[in-house]
Structures are given as structure tokens and as C-alpha cells.
Design a protein around this ligand. Structure first.
Ligand code: S5P
Length: 258
């Protein structure tokens, strides 16, 4: 396994401002738990964010599933993020040509570029997709997360495609803050944040292809940095208590690597 480098040290190596911010935040708040809040009513998202905000480093959204989305929702979410000190990750999975993703990022109903600290990107269209983000992230310092691997069954983000995504990140280190992946590959240098979805304590998967691993397995065995937990927390009858369990498990797994 690659030698252990602490989040404090990784912050110094970071080449993207949001990667730097997130490494520092994780080190000071002592949490490497990100929560995927895939709820469809804005008040439910805000209530959950308020409940679990103290436990997390990142809150991940899919704003296009929110039925009553408006700009006030974002203002409220940002206020909770500031109060509890976490970053906002819009999991938009942009995948088109540079010119189109520029519109999708900056315009439309959501105006994602105005508020997201980080967004996800697929590489199917080739590296020039990153040019669609350059102008607006120059002012906001937002980070791009490249989908190098996926958690779902039969994912085609494997092999040479995965290697190419890592190369795309390395050639665009100013804009790219890290990867969504299932394992640390030797080519993934320490300046990148590695975030892993498909995490749950007690489930093998769902009926639509999702596959799960435990926090310990992902952070310790697969050596990534951040776990992304969705249904394991937001579907729980006590999300706060559950978030504390995931936070504790993933933080001790991180500390055990020292
Ligand atoms: O490979 C991936 C990448 C992502 S970003 N697999 C995923 O599941 N995700 C996202 O992580 C997915 O869109 C969802 O928001 C979250 C996982 O949710 P859960 O309920 O299965 O934990």
C-alpha cells in the first residue's frame, strides 16, 4: 500500500482550492463522512442537513430530483453549511461537449456554478469537457470530481477508461480536485481527494444494481479518503445516530492507516 500521508499534509499538496479546503476541513473537524441526501422535498433535505451537519465534511445533492426547488432552498442550505462547516457537492455527472456543459453548469433553473463547491464529471466526451468549467471555477475555486470508477454492477468505467480518467485529472490538476472511485490506484497522487460511494453497513445492494461495501473496507483496504453514504443514513429512523456510527467507523479506519 502507498505510504500514509495525513489530510493535513495532503492539504499542502492540493493543487485545487476546494481540495485544499476539504483536506483541511476533514483534518480539523475529524470527519471523512459525506452524505448523499437523495430526498425530493427541499424542507426534508434542509431538516436532515441541520440534523447531521455537525457529523459530515460534505453534503451531496441531486438538485434535479427536488420537486419544489427554488433559489431560497440553496440560500438555506448554504446557511446550514456555513453554520455546521461542510461543503456542498452537486452530483450532476456532466458528460457532454465543453460548450454544452458550460451552459448546463452556469444556466438553466439551477445555476449550479453559483453555489456548488464541487461537481462530478464523466469523461466519455474527452478531456475538453473540462474547458467548459474553467471560466467560472476560476472565480469560485470550485473543484471537479472525475468519475474514474462506479459502484454499480456492470459499470463500464473500468480498465483503460479508468486509467484515462486518472490521466485527465493529472493533466488538469488546477481544476480537478479528485476522483469518484472504488479504490486508490497507484497513479492517483496525494493532491487528489478520493471519494467512494456504495457504502452501507448492512446491505449487499439494491434491486437496481447498486453494490455496497463497509466504511472499514473502503477506507482501510481500498485506501480511499471519503465515504459517501446515502440510504444508509437518510432512510434510517434515526439519521443523526446513524451518521455518528458511519463517521466514527470511517474516521477510525482513516486513523488506523497511520
Ligand atoms: O459510482 C457511483 C457514483 C456516485 S456519485 N455510485 C453512486 O451510487 N453514486 C451516488 O452515490 C448516487 O448517485 C447516490 O446519490 C449515492 C449513493 O447512494 P446510496 O443510497 O446507494 O448510498
Amino acid at each position: 500500500r502507498a505510504p500514509f500521508v495525513s489530510f493535513q499534509e495532503r492539504a499542502k499538496l492540493a493543487t485545487n482550492p476546494t481540495a485544499n479546503k476539504l483536506f483541511q476541513l476533514m483534518a480539523s473537524k475529524k470527519t471523512n463522512l459525506a452524505v448523499a441526501v437523495d430526498l425530493t422535498v427541499k424542507q426534508e433535505i434542509l431538516d436532515l442537513a441541520e440534523k447531521i451537519g455537525s457529523e459530515i465534511c460534505v453534503l451531496k445533492t441531486h438538485v434535479d430530483i427536488v420537486q419544489d426547488y427554488d433559489q431560497q432552498f440553496i440560500k438555506d442550505l448554504q446557511a446550514i453549511a456555513a453554520k455546521h462547516n461542510f461543503l456542498i457537492f452537486e452530483d450532476r455527472k456532466f458528460a457532454d461537449i465543453g460548450n454544452t456543459v458550460k451552459y448546463q453548469f452556469e444556466n438553466g433553473v439551477y445555476e449550479i456554478s453559483k453555489w456548488a463547491d464541487m461537481v462530478t464529471i464523466h469523461g466519455v466526451a474527452g478531456p475538453a469537457i473540462i474547458d467548459g468549467f474553467r471560466e467560472s471555477i476560476k472565480t469560485t475555486g470550485a473543484g471537479l470530481l472525475l468519475l474514474a470508477q462506479m459502484s454499480s454492477k456492470g459499470s463500464m468505467c473500468v480498465g483503460e477508461y479508468t486509467n484515462q480518467m486518472v490521466e485527465m485529472g493529472k493533466s488538469n490538476q488546477d481544476a480537478v480536485m479528485g476522483f469518484i472511485c472504488q479504490e486508490r490506484l497507484s497513479a492517483m497522487s496525494d493532491n487528489f481527494v478520493l471519494m467512494t460511494p456504495g457504502v452501507q453497513f448492512n446491505s449487499a445492494g439494491d434491486s437496481m444494481g447498486q453494490q455496497y461495501n463497509t466504511p472499514e473496507y473502503v477506507i482501510k483496504e481500498k485506501n480511499t479518503d471519503v465515504i459517501i453514504v446515502g440510504r444508509g443514513i437518510y432512510k434510517s429512523s434515526n439519521p443523526k445516530e446513524e451518521a455518528i456510527k458511519y463517521r466514527t467507523a470511517s474516521w477510525s479506519a482513516y486513523e488506523s492507516k497511520q
